[in-house]
Design a protein around this ligand. Sequence first.
Ligand code: SAM
Length: 269
Amino acid sequence: MDVDLDSALGGRFFAPGEVWLIGAGPGDPDLLTLRAVQALGQADLVLHDALPGRAVLRHVRPGAEIVAVGKRKGAAPVSQARINARLVAGARAGKRVVRLKGGDPFIFGRGGEEALACEEAGIRWRIVPGVTSGLAAPAAAGIPLTHRGTASAVTFLTAHGEDGALPEMDWAALARTGGTLAIFMGLSRLDELALRLLAAGMAPSTPVALVAQATLPGEAALHTTLGTCTLDARRAELPTPTMIVIGQVTRVLADRVRTTGRLVRHAGA
Ligand SMILES: C[S@@+](CC[C@H](N)C(=O)[O-])C[C@H]1O[C@@H](n2cnc3c(N)ncnc32)[C@H](O)[C@@H]1O
């Protein structure tokens, strides 16, 4: 039987004129995939987000052009349209172009939009999946997203809709699943989020973990509850980026994971 191996995951050969959308993982360079490291070593042009730090970028070959296109304090953000245009222009100039993104490009990373832009311009693109913070942040805090008898489903959601506000969702359905919620981009809207979930029927005692800067030197986890999380997060002055994990799974190992040198706070529970 013939199998079409020309999938978007592709092979290892990075041809001139291609765009590779690469997930850099949650921050720790050890969590890069081998394919990401190989591609960074072959790229001619790398457009990167704010999060993949210097330790990740050191895999880029000397002489390659490296351009920061992520949000930076005090600088105007580079629009998605401009990023798309640069990807296409680089590829048309015959360069091997890497678009390096935090976590996984296809999880709240706009990787789909960039792939579409390439597709529409007739540019060959590939994807190199990365370890999403939706998996890595709970893992760093010792939280199994699913656990037999505790949670048999997990939902990834964003608190940042297209217009910047909390997106419209069936909150009651989310509350009813009894599964785990892993919420991206939610720290600044934690009060609103908590109110929606409480109004949807979740108990105020539902355990919540806020995992900040997972796998980075500032990693910190705060264990709290839905009823008290807003106040606790404010008091703890947690840094960003932060992943919000809601559900009973946050308690499965919480009392055992107390790695020295890391802030693991338990509040309000
Ligand atoms: C624009 S989204 C990008 C997500 C990314 N594509 C991924 O798969 O992880 C940014 C959000 O991801 C989460 N995040 C990214 N890196 C993180 C980290 N190291 N620790 C905790 N949360 C992180 C935060 O919720 C942050 O607001």
